[in-house]
Design a protein around this ligand. Structure first.
Ligand code: CP
Ligand code: NVA
Length: 308
């Protein structure tokens, strides 16, 4: 069976990403006002099951993928790695071979990005990256969908990322040349985004500007994006909180961005750390639509992976 993995956004063609995004918008529109558990009229994944493996905590990814499969007419099975033999030393490859005999697709949230790649290489069904230490592609599909929904033309838009140049930032970098937005990233040097990711985007003619301060990054931005200063798996929490404090999104910082600039945050948020309550709970914030759009964007990703 022909299938496609969804591991990193730079690996997809711009036209494929555009088609996934258009499908997400269309599916969301088509079920406005419906009960959330009602199956889409065409039930495109009827008879299909998604397995989800979590090595780290999750609220949005877990519930949105589960509901995505329900709305597509399929089903899902969820386990933490600790519940599985994976947690007691069964290899990633053997787990992939076995699950491929039971289910039609697998979503993995893994500590190490290389485990998702190893799993995908051994599996014979599509594998979706549900966040790793390196990237979070599903999140960025939802983020970009949200911006479009709120009227932003991504082509030529300026997106500012401030704080830690982490996994979510990397996926936003990967998508920049695909959708035609430029990025302004403000971080301390120590928490700058991965150099390889920046190079990948620049090689594809993406414009990625790196700055030492949040103020420089936000100047002229249409969107300001923040994430936690301490990601899952980060050991140096105290140092991070101290060093990243000047990169918090405050009213003063938002005031430097373009008038009417939007605010995004993948959640979970820490009010008073990376963002002030006035911003995340204020009129510029799109975070609840952003969280909802995880569901719609992932439905489109699932259909693309399975060729449905
Ligand atoms: N944004 C996001 O991936 O949230 P969860 O960690 O709750 O899945
Ligand atoms: N950067 C965060 C995102 C959580 C959704 C983390 O990896 O913990």
């Amino acid at each position: 069976m022909a299938y496609r993995n969804f591991i990193d956004l730079w690996q997809l063609e711009a036209a494929e990403l555009r088609a996934i995004m258009d499908s997400a918008h269309a599916m969301k529109r088509a079920r406005q006002g419906w009960p959330k558990g009602k199956i889409d009229a065409d039930a495109p994944l009827a008879g299909h099951t998604l397995a989800m493996i979590f090595e780290k905590s999750s609220t949005r990814t877990r519930f949105s993928f589960d509901m995505a499969m329900t709305q597509l007419g399929g089903s899902s099975i969820i386990a933490t790695a600790a519940d599985m033999q994976l947690g007691r030393g069964e290899t990633v490859e053997d787990t992939a071979r076995v699950l491929s005999r039971y289910v039609d697709a697998v979503m993995i949230r893994a500590n190490n990005h290389s485990d998702v790649e190893t799993f995908a290489a051994a599996a014979s069904v599509p594998v979706i990256n549900g966040l790793t230490d390196r990237s979070h592609p599903c999140q960025i599909m939802a983020d970009l969908m949200t911006l479009e929904e709120h009227g932003l033309d991504l082509k030529g838009a300026r997106l500012a990322w401030v704080g830690d140049g982490n996994n979510v930032c990397s996926s936003l970098i990967h998508a920049a040349p695909k959708f035609g937005y430029s990025m302004a990233i403000g971080t301390p040097e120590r928490y700058a985004p991965d150099e390889d990711d920046v190079e990948i985007a620049r090689e594809m003619q993406g414009r990625i500007d790196l700055y030492d301060t949040a103020e420089e990054a936000v100047a002229g931005a249409d969107v300001v994006i923040a994430d936690t200063f301490v990601s899952m798996g980060d050991a140096d929490a105290d140092e991070r909180l101290a060093e990243l404090d000047p990169y918090a999104v405050t009213e003063d910082l938002m005031g430097i961005a373009n008038g009417g600039a939007k605010f995004l945050h993948c959640l979970p948020a820490h009010r008073g750390e990376e963002v002030d309550a006035e911003i995340i709970d204020g009129p510029q914030s799109l975070v609840w639509d952003e969280a909802e759009n995880r569901l719609h964007a992932q439905k489109a990703v699932l259909r693309w992976c399975l060729g449905k």
